[in-house]
Ligand binder design. Structure first.
Ligand SMILES: [Zn+2]
Length: 324
């Protein structure tokens, strides 16, 4: 019985922590605000809590609608070997070659970022505050996901190499352990991105190139730790939970030479730069003079529905639940 409880809670913790984990996504959107120019800060700073809280709406939507899942990743290794030239970078060309159904099966994150970017430009042109904020929060999520190495690998949770759990380990456990006290997120200014689609592809290819290291180092380190040392038990709200031990997490982070911190910093820079680029492309509207400033009842209902779906249902489609 006890064992079942441990397992249940271990799964529970990390089931809700994928795609950088809720914690890291919220931090990424939060810190991205500080990279913006003053003309944008007038809108983004007073709404920093919203942008941070709603960074995780796309993950919640994975519990509500089936087409959401593929927007968060790209199993690029499905298309051959690095740099995967056989996969056309433009959506229309990729659809012509592989069909939309087939593309959806292996993930579409770079193209989805492009769609969200166009929507954000349109929202700025409309001067629609609610839309700008919602789209900014959500595009931040997808951009950040594109920076996670295991979001660019079909072995996304180590399930093919007996490393189940590594997904949540890399993007949740380690940031939660180290980000607040040891990592630096004040990193300069947002920059204009000439070609957002190219930029997204570049980050996906970097993620893909890093995914081998992410997996290999965990395997190597596991040889040096007994299962007792690799995992620890912690009390959370009166419940004992099993997780990767602090010693194992720190040793892995050291072995990776700051990769996770660096990827988080790059995510923050990219999110701010996409926001800034959308604003520039919309003609730099005055963000003090916006319309539609209040969330409607419909907006509130949508947020509630997302929360309820996330709390009460199973994720639809691919799961990254570890089972160590
Ligand atoms: Zn995600």
């Amino acid at each position: 019985m006890k064992k079942i409880l441990f397992l249940t809670y271990f799964i529970f913790i990390y089931q809700n922590c994928f795609c950088w984990g809720f914690y890291a996504h919220q931090k990424i959107n939060y810190y991205a605000v500080f990279l913006l120019p003053p003309e944008m800060l007038v809108l983004y700073k007073p709404n920093i809590q919203f942008l941070s809280e709603h960074a995780i709406d796309p993950d919640k939507r994975r519990y509500a609608i089936p087409e959401e899942g593929p927007r968060h990743y790209l199993d690029i290794d499905h298309y051959g070997k690095y740099p995967f030239d056989s996969l056309p970078r433009k959506w229309e060309d990729a659809v012509a070659k592989y069909s939309e159904d087939s593309l959806m099966q292996h993930g579409i994150v770079p193209w989805w970022i492009q769609i969200m970017q166009r929507r954000l430009v349109a929202a700025f042109k409309e001067k629609n505050e609610v839309k700008i904020l919602k789209l900014s929060a959500e595009i931040g999520h997808y951009i950040a996901d594109a920076h996670v190495p295991l979001h660019a690998s079909s072995n996304h949770n180590g399930q093919l190499t007996d490393q189940k759990g590594i997904h949540g380990f890399w993007e949740s456990r380690i940031p939660e352990l180290l980000a607040d006290n040891e990592w630096d997120f004040f990193i300069g200014k947002a920059e204009y991105i000439k070609n957002p689609l190219d930029f997204a592809w570049k980050r996906i290819l970097e993620s893909s190139a890093a995914s081998d290291t992410v997996l290999r180092y965990e395997k190597e380190l596991t040889q040096k730790f007994s299962p007792d040392q690799k995992y620890s038990y912690e009390n959370r709200n009166g419940i004992t939970v099993k997780q990767y031990s602090t010693a194992f997490s720190k040793a892995y982070n050291e072995m990776m030479k700051g990769m996770i911190e660096r990827r988080m910093q790059q995510s923050i820079f990219a999110v701010a730069s996409f926001w800034y680029t959308a604003w520039v492309d919309a003609g730099q509207p005055d963000l003090i003079k916006l319309t539609n400033k209040n969330f409607s009842e419909e907006d509130q209902k949508e947020f509630e529905a997302l929360n309820n779906a996330w709390k009460s249902s199973d994720m639809i489609g691919r799961k990254e639940t570890p089972n160590p």
